[in-house]
Design a protein around this ligand. Structure first.
Ligand SMILES: [Fe+2]
Length: 180
């Protein structure tokens, strides 16, 4: 995990019958992850417009964590598997608050005709460091503590994400405004 960003070549595509479980029906709102962190209505409303991050059915997480790569991952006990929809408005350079790294599997990259969508990392002065093109079926690792950006897509990107989500206490330490 030294590279800032790289494509994880060895991981197999997730079978369509599994990804259909999240893409063919909208997830229940009760599985929306922000409920873990806040119950302030105005914040929930604001986050709902930019963040769509849901638990996945056990069929998907069982499949992921049975693969050799994740079963033997050094931080296996810290990893969770989620369904993430990223809206086209979220296309600026940023760092993530909820996690330090992520493995993303692209189900739909938010472009018609499966056109490529760039994912890039930047240094602290916002100079480009690495850039890859993603397609449906691409796995990539991203250090999200560092500046990164995904752009040039016109519809929600649909992703399965495996990451070390921070605890509620860790999040509240940096974001006391989430607490009532
Ligand atoms: Fe991000």
């Amino acid at each position: 995990m030294n590279a800032d960003l790289y494509k994880v070549h060895e991981l197999p595509k997730i079978p369509t019958e599994l990804t259909d479980l999240v893409t063919k029906s909208d997830p229940e709102d009760s599985e929306w992850l922000m409920y873990k962190y806040t119950n302030r209505p105005e914040l929930l409303e604001r986050y709902r417009k930019i963040l769509r991050w849901y638990n996945v059915p056990s069929e998907i997480s069982d499949y992921i964590f049975d693969t050799e790569f994740f079963a033997n991952h050094p931080e296996r006990d810290k990893l969770g598997c989620f369904y993430h929809m990223v809206l086209p408005d979220c296309d600026g350079i940023h760092t993530d608050d909820l996690r330090t790294y992520t493995y993303n599997y692209v189900i739909d990259n938010g472009m018609p005709d499966n056109r490529a969508v760039p994912v890039a990392t930047y240094d602290s002065d916002q100079n480009l460091v690495t850039q890859i093109k993603t397609y449906p079926g691409t796995w990539y690792y991203l250090n999200v503590e560092k500046n990164h950006r995904v752009w040039n897509y016109t519809q929600p990107r649909r992703i399965i994400t495996i990451n070390n989500l921070k605890t509620v206490e860790e999040i509240h330490r940096h974001h006391p405004e989430l607490m009532i």
